[in-house]
Design a protein around this ligand. Sequence first.
Ligand SMILES: CC(C)(COP(=O)(O)OP(=O)(O)OC[C@H]1O[C@@H](n2cnc3c(N)ncnc32)[C@H](O)[C@@H]1OP(=O)(O)O)[C@@H](O)C(=O)NCCC(=O)NCCS
Length: 358
Amino acid sequence: MVSFTIEELPIPSRPGASGWADFAASLELQNAVEAEGYGTDELTFTPEELLPGYHHQEYDPRRLYAVRVGDHIVAGARTDAQAEGGDDCVWLSLSVHRDWRRLGIGSALAAHVEGVAAAEGRTTQYVYTVSPDGPGDRLAAPTGFGSVPRANPEVRFLLGRGYQLEQIERGSRLALPLDPAALAKRFTAASSTAGPEYVVLVWDGMTPSRWRADIAVLYTRMSTDAPSAGLNEPEDVWSVERLVSYEQKHQASPRTLLTAAALHRPSGRLVGFTELSVPPDTRRSVSQESTLVLREHRGHGLGMLVKLANLQHLAERHPGRPAVTTFNAEENRHMLRVNEELGFVPMGYEGAWKRVVS
Ligand SMILES: CC(C)(COP(=O)(O)OP(=O)(O)OC[C@H]1O[C@@H](n2cnc3c(N)ncnc32)[C@H](O)[C@@H]1OP(=O)(O)O)[C@@H](O)C(=O)NCCC(=O)NCCS
């Protein structure tokens, strides 16, 4: 029987400050486990890039846990919650270093973080985790789109803890660079499909003040308008104050956020947007963040239009990255069709799991 301790880690104020070594070690372990699951470290965000996300506690309460054997961190967990709305919900992620598995550490860590959350009334518990392909029987998502191998460790583990598979997310990768002439031609065609009522705006970093209210609406609709199967995840309301606070904190991140948004000229409102998160190191991949077109403006090819504009923006302002990675629900055929047309190919699959504790 191995002897280990579980603790919540304090969040350092900046890289190198008190608590940084444990914070970074826990996140690097979680990155290594994710890279093992996907067979690539392309999805990695460094601890420096992740730190601002832990400084937004008043809106996005986030906690980090570590399991130690002696002085050595062998497992880590993170919990995410919403400060307002969905106060019965929590999102968990759990990683045990491969050399320390099948020793009961994962079970003890899960029981601890699930217990802390449940004690706060967060009894609807979600886990999103990669399931590498494997042999044998498969467990199908109730959506009818996608499945995971039943014999995988994480599948056995989550079923054993009472989680139900609700949805499959596809991770996809678009190799860069794209041919600039072909991209420009496609953008012209997409602009003509959208018609003269729509125009695309692009910017780097913080949202220009005149668009903040519109971006706050688009962020809020991300939580309600994307297919969420039986997950029933709560609405996540964004105010202008929350957006500004979030963007100011993220100014400390080494990453740059590129946004392309569709302006509906007759109403003067932004009705669709897409974001790319660009790492400073040109050898690392770009992460596709939110994309949304408001329901009432769908059917004009605006999703494709804003994505093409942002890929052009990326090539002009931040060239040299090897790829863009993205995640979509496997049943989200509209978004997948856009991504497939752009050249994204599948790189792995995640299960989205839920359990409700009484
Ligand atoms: C899933 C994971 C957290 C399990 O951690 P662990 O410390 O090995 O888990 P435990 O030793 O507590 O195992 C608990 C039970 O899970 C199941 N399980 C775990 N690994 C398994 C495996 N390789 N094969 C079959 N069942 C397995 C078993 O039922 C096991 O109980 P048992 O050992 O009494 O048979 C670990 O494999 C991991 O970090 N995987 C990659 C990250 C991940 O998938 N995280 C998502 C989980 S939330």
